[in-house]
Design a protein. Structure first.
Length: 270
C-alpha cells in the first residue's frame, strides 16, 4: 500500500501573509507560501490529503482592540498585554461590563495553564473580509491539487468564538463548555493519526503553528506517532514583536519537540 502523506497548512491567509494588505503580516510569510505552493505543484500527486486551518474572527473579539477600553475610553494598541490584575484594577475594562469577572477568570486560567498572556492584536482574519482569504499564490496551487486528485481540501476553521483565543487548529486556548468548536477536535486528530507522514507548515511559527503542533504531539503521546510529524522549516516564519523575542521562542519550540521525535525538513526535500 502506498505511503499516506498529509499536508497541514496553518493559517495561510492574507492577514498574515500579504506584506501590503496583511493587518498582522508575518515577515517572510509570502515566501513561505510560495515555497509551499511550489511543493504542492511538484509533489502534489503523492499527497493524500491537504488540511488548511483558517483563523476566523469577529471584529469584537477578546484579542481585538474594540473589546477593551481604559479609563480614558481608549482602545489598547496592538501587542498590549492584558492580565487579570489589569482588569481587576480597571486598567483595561471590557466594553461589556458583565464580562469583567469572566475575563479575569480567563486570564487566570491562561496563567495556570502556562499559556501566553492575553495579547491584543490588530484586527485580522475577520470573517468574510479580504484578510480571511487564503493567499492567492497558494490558493491557486490548492485548486490545481483538487483537480489533480479529485479530492477537496479540508478547511478547518477556528477562532469565531469572541470569548477565547484560538491559536491552535486542535482546540482553543481555554476551551468553553458551551461551545464544541472551542473543544478538542477529535475527528481531525483521528484523521492525522491515520497518516504515515504529516508535513506541517504555515503561520506563525511562534503562535498558531507552534500551538497546533504542540497539541498534536500532546495528544499523540506515543513517540512512534510523533515521528510522523515533519515541520517544513522553509514554510513558516515567526511574529516579530517590539516586546517579545518570538523567533527565539520558535527555535526553542523546535528543539524541544525534535527531542520528542518531531522531524524537520524543507519543502524542497519532497
Amino acid at each position: 500500500m502506498a505511503e499516506r502523506i498529509d499536508l497541514l497548512i496553518i493559517d495561510p491567509q492574507v492577514s498574515f501573509c500579504d506584506p501590503e494588505k496583511g493587518e498582522l503580516y508575518v515577515p517572510g510569510a509570502e515566501n513561505d507560501m510560495q515555497n509551499v505552493a511550489n511543493m504542492i505543484d511538484r509533489f502534489g500527486k503523492k499527497i493524500n490529503k491537504i488540511h488548511v486551518t483558517l483563523d476566523c474572527h469577529h471584529k469584537i473579539d477578546i484579542a481585538h482592540p474594540l473589546m477593551w477600553k481604559n479609563k480614558q475610553g481608549e482602545n489598547p494598541q496592538p501587542f498590549t498585554i492584558i492580565t487579570a490584575q489589569d482588569i481587576q484594577n480597571n486598567k483595561w475594562t471590557p466594553i461589556f461590563p458583565n464580562l469583567k469577572q469572566r475575563f479575569i477568570d480567563y486570564c487566570n486560567k491562561l496563567a495556570q495553564a502556562g499559556k501566553y498572556q492575553l495579547c491584543i492584536w490588530a484586527e485580522h482574519c475577520k470573517i468574510a473580509s479580504q484578510g480571511n482569504m487564503v493567499l492567492p499564490i497558494l490558493y491557486d496551487s490548492l485548486e490545481k491539487w483538487e483537480e489533480l486528485k479529485c479530492n477537496n481540501v479540508d478547511f478547518v476553521t477556528k477562532g469565531s468564538n469572541p470569548y477565547t483565543e484560538h491559536y491552535s487548529g486542535i482546540c482553543a486556548e481555554i476551551p468553553l463548555s458551551d461551545d464544541p468548536s472551542t473543544q478538542l477536535n477529535t475527528a481531525f486528530l483521528q484523521t492525522l493519526i491515520e497518516s504515515d507522514k504529516i508535513l506541517i507548515c504555515g503561520e506563525a511559527k511562534s503562535h498558531c503553528l507552534k500551538f497546533t503542533t504542540e497539541n498534536i504531539i500532546s495528544e499523540f503521546k506515543d513517540s512512534e506517532l510523533i515521528k510522523k510529524i515533519i515541520l517544513l522549516e522553509d514554510g513558516t516564519s515567526s511574529v516579530i514583536s517590539p516586546f517579545v523575542d518570538f523567533p527565539a521562542i520558535s527555535e526553542q519550540f523546535v528543539k524541544d519537540n525534535m527531542a520528542k521525535g518531531m522531524q524537520v525538513a524543507k519543502t524542497t526535500d519532497f
